[in-house]
Design a protein around this ligand. Structure first.
Ligand SMILES: C[S@@+](CC[C@H](N)C(=O)[O-])C[C@H]1O[C@@H](n2cnc3c(N)ncnc32)[C@H](O)[C@@H]1O
Length: 305
């Protein structure tokens, strides 16, 4: 009889568990295109089997606003729990969502999802607003519905912030002036007093995005994410070669942006029709020139103007 070795036993159990996960993952249809790995299946089953990622840029079905072949209705709290477990330290999840109106009331699911992310240990790093150029027909007692949320959750402080500085400065051509107010009510001259105000400054936390453009690329998906949203969030929160995940891949907008920006990508889509669209789109993205061969420039800490 051999001696029982708890460490050896734990190692064996671990190996058995890993083999079982690999086997389960291999049971899903998977298409590899360059650095993009695309799975056909339910993200609730696939997410726990994946490696940790640097970022998630996604947009889940919003209640039952669209049918997606019968895969629409869920509050996706289980998906958020899996994302929280699968984000690297410093990783960021961008969750673009809106609320359905049910019996005259906004569902509030978006807020429940955001608070759930916090309960899972993520930070609510930002609550950003996506201002749409087009609107849907409003109810008679509401303003034109023209915005959605872009929640930014992070595992600890975000590892990267490559803030986009394309907002035209109102005070360009002048010099910095003014004071900061301190907690005790007194004031002090602002940092950089007297220096030139640059032509452009850091973007605000609401992004105006044309949601009627780029439909051609999405090829008939009923609710594609605007390409600019995926692109600009990937630029902001990741550096070259990061691994980015979209568990609700749809037509592959996040994947196409990853190819362009030199990020690795994992996408999951449950509907075969959309999965095929995403495969074709990402394949074509590889045929077009990429923007980054090397690391993009490191972010600079500058005055918030
Ligand atoms: C709002 S759309 C995402 C659109 C995508 N961002 C794009 O740009 O095309 C949500 C997608 O999630 C898919 N979906 C729904 N339930 C799913 C599930 N359990 N696992 C994976 N995908 C799912 C739907 O089929 C739909 O394509």
């Amino acid at each position: 009889m051999t001696d029982y070795d708890p460490a050896e036993n734990a190692r064996k159990s671990y190996d058995v568990a890993i083999d079982a996960m690999r086997e389960k993952l291999a049971s899903f249809k998977c298409v590899q295109i360059g650095d993009a790995t695309l799975y056909l299946g339910d993200c609730r089953e696939i997410l726990p089997l994946l490696p940790k990622v640097n970022a998630v840029v996604t947009s889940p079905p919003y209640g039952e606003i669209r049918e997606y072949g019968g895969h629409a209705s869920s509050d996706w709290l289980d998906v958020i729990s899996s994302i929280a477990k699968g984000l690297q330290v410093g990783g960021v999840c961008v969750w673009n969502v809106n609320d359905q109106v049910i019996n005259g009331s906004k569902s509030g699911v978006s807020f429940r999802q955001c608070l759930h992310a916090k309960e899972c240990g993520l930070r609510i790093h930002d609550v950003m607003i996506y201002c749409k150029s087009g609107t849907t027909f409003p109810d008679r007692n509401r303003y034109l519905p023209a915005h959605e949320y872009m929640f930014v959750w992070s595992n600890g402080a975000p590892a990267h912030f490559n803030g986009i500085r394309d907002r035209v400065n109102k005070w360009r051509g002048t010099t910095l002036h003014g004071t900061d107010r301190l907690p005790d009510g007194s004031t002090r001259p602002i940092h950089g007093l007297g220096s030139d105000v640059p032509d452009t400054g850091l973007r605000r936390s609401w992004w105006e995005i044309n949601n009627t453009a780029g439909r051609g690329d999405a090829r008939g998906h009923p609710a594609p994410m605007p390409y600019a949203m995926a692109h600009d969030h990937i630029v902001t929160w990741t550096n070259a070669n990061a691994l980015v995940l979209d568990p609700f891949m749809g037509s592959g907008t996040t994947g196409a942006a990853c190819v362009k920006l030199g990020r690795k990508f994992i996408g999951i889509e449950i509907e075969p029709e959309y999965f095929n669209k995403a495969c074709n789109r990402i394949d074509e993205a590889y045929c077009q020139p990429r923007l980054f061969k090397d690391e993009p420039p490191k972010p600079k800490q500058e005055a918030l103007l």
